[in-house]
Design a protein around this ligand. Structure first.
Ligand code: NDP
Ligand code: 2IT
Length: 460
């Protein structure tokens, strides 16, 4: 073995040992937080070749600093339902890393929300936000509140109570929340109203995803779904392929899913299935998106009701079933761990070419491994779904400059950002010996910028 190889081998071993030790710390300090462990593990596994080549990061103990949130807030959210019963939920905000800019990330209202869910999302957000090239740090928040079946008045009282506490910790230059599962334009509107009233000032840049009449950006609603499709378009282009005439399956039927379907259809794909938490619909001729939009954006109805308008379509109950529908492109756009190893095997045996993660961490670690081993084009969440937060940063820029860009202007910038994330991730994968592995590439590219900024700002 040459001296160079020996040194390299040495570095790899020392680096692996360092990573294992920091991962032990994560497990010890955050017991029972399975989702957080999973998100950390995915990133750590990718960083071995990079950290081995650049000992400066180990010397500065960047990993151990990064896995500890700068601040983790939990708070009670008391509210009253329409019958006069007093309820209380738990609210969270993790302000994970501010090396690149103000904390930035969405709020999730869902009964499954826990410290582990918020921390996994906040941790992912650090690297995703870095990939966008925009000056934003990583944060996330939410509550274990279930918006399903609540009246509009109940939603308003809950979100106002949530913001009464959150307002003490956020601001256009400190921490800028937005939407996520269960939080859309309506909730952002109520929260913005409450923040404004408490502050006595109209600080437009404190929240993104606002309505267009009071500081929102055109194309923010569409950004995550469109951005995901732009990213997958780049993956396909490198293989001489396009969306034209491809059969596509998109899980979920919320904000990300709807606009991923819209853009895929615009590019000539046939989207045959989508879902919600109760099951999935299959429409061989292609999903009629106007029906889905009306059911989900206007009426908060179940996806099964699609069949009332399209009786020739089919509805199947259950969570994972959607991945049994044969397709060439799969876009998981619902929630974490919705696509496991078994589903990955089925997708492959049905001939899937590309998978793009619109949701955050939708594939289990085992599923990702199956896709990579079988040569499926795989776009990881923190790269694929970064278009939403990227346009949030463009909304912040417009708010600071008191500007309103046109839909086309924002959409063009989004396209460029998604192309750039693809290129940067591909280049990083090639440079560190994992050519074409976008999981490794996106993790290294996202990590490098944050780590360099942390080192430049000293031990603080
Ligand atoms: P929405 O609330 O608009 O939609 C969520 C969709 O996923 C619904 O169809 C919902 O079904 C389904 N879903 C939610 N939880 C579950 C579950 N436990 N099991 C099965 N289905 C579920 O959220 P978004 O579209 O905004 O978010 C979807 C994903 O995309 C999330 O992972 C989010 O973190 C991620 N994301 C969102 C961004 C954004 O800008 N909004 C940006 C980047 C990522 P049901 O209505 O039945 O609950
Ligand atoms: O996961 C995400 O990137 C989001 N939910 C969007 C965050 C944002 O600040 O727009």
């Amino acid at each position: 073995m040459s001296t160079l190889q020996a040194v390299k081998q040495d570095e790899l071993e020392v680096t692996q040992q360092y990573i294992d030790e920091v991962f032990e710390t994560v497990m010890r300090r955050n017991p029972h937080e399975q989702e957080f462990h999973q998100a950390v593990k995915e990133i750590f596994d990718s960083l071995v070749p990079f950290l081995a080549k650049h000992p400066v990061y180990r010397k500065n103990n960047v990993l151990e600093r990064m896995i500890e949130p700068e601040r983790m807030l939990t708070f009670s959210v008391p509210w009253m339902d329409d019958e006069g019963n007093v309820k209380v939920n738990r609210g969270y905000r993790v302000q994970f890393n501010s090396a690149l800019g103000p904390y930035k990330g969405g709020l999730r209202f869902h009964p499954s929300v826990s410290a582990s869910i918020i921390k996994f999302l906040g941790f992912e957000q650090i690297f995703k936000n870095s990939l966008t090239g925009q000056p934003i740090g990583g944060g996330k928040g939410g509550a274990d509140f279930d918006p399903k079946g609540k009246s509009d008045a109940e939603i308003m009282r809950f979100t106002q109570s949530f913001m009464t506490e959150l307002s003490k910790h956020i601001g256009p230059d400190t921490d800028v929340p937005a939407g996520d599962i269960g939080v859309g334009a309506r909730e952002i509107g109520y929260m913005f109203g409450q923040y404004k009233k408490l502050r006595g000032a109209n600080e437009a840049g404190v929240l993104t995803g606002k309505g267009l009449d009071y500081g929102g950006s055109l194309a923010r609603k569409e950004a995550t779904g469109y951005g995901a499709v732009y990213f997958v378009e780049e993956m396909l282009k490198d293989q001489g392929l396009t969306f034209e005439d491809k059969t596509v399956v998109v899980s979920g039927s919320g904000n990300v899913s709807i606009y991923a379907m819209e853009k895929a259809q615009e590019l000539g794909a046939i989207v045959v299935a989508c879902s919600d938490s109760s099951g999935y619909i299959y429409d061989e001729k292609g999903i009629d998106l106007e029906i889905v939009k009306s059911l989900k954006e206007e009426q908060s109805k179940r996806i099964s009701e699609y069949l009332n308008e399209r009786p020739e379509a089919e509805f199947y109950e259950g969570g994972h079933g959607i991945w049994t529908v044969p397709c060439e492109i799969a876009l998981p756009c619902a929630t974490q761990n919705e696509l496991d190893e078994t589903s990955a095997d089925v997708l492959i045996s049905n001939g899937v070419i590309a998978v793009g993660e619109g949701a955050n961490m939708p594939s289990t670690l085992e599923a990702i491994e199956v896709f990579l081993k079988n040569g499926v084009l795989f776009g990881p969440a923190k790269a694929v779904n970064a278009g939403g937060v990227a346009v949030s940063a463009l909304e912040m820029a417009q708010n600071s400059g008191r500007l309103s860009w046109s839909f086309e202007e924002v959409d063009d910038k989004l396209k460029e950002i998604m192309k750039d994330i693809y290129k940067t991730s591909m280049e990083a994968s090639e440079k560190y010996g994992y050519s074409g592995n976008l999981v490794v590439g996106a993790n290294i590219a996202g990590f490098k910028k944050v780590a360099d900024a942390m080192i430049a700002q000293g031990v603080i």
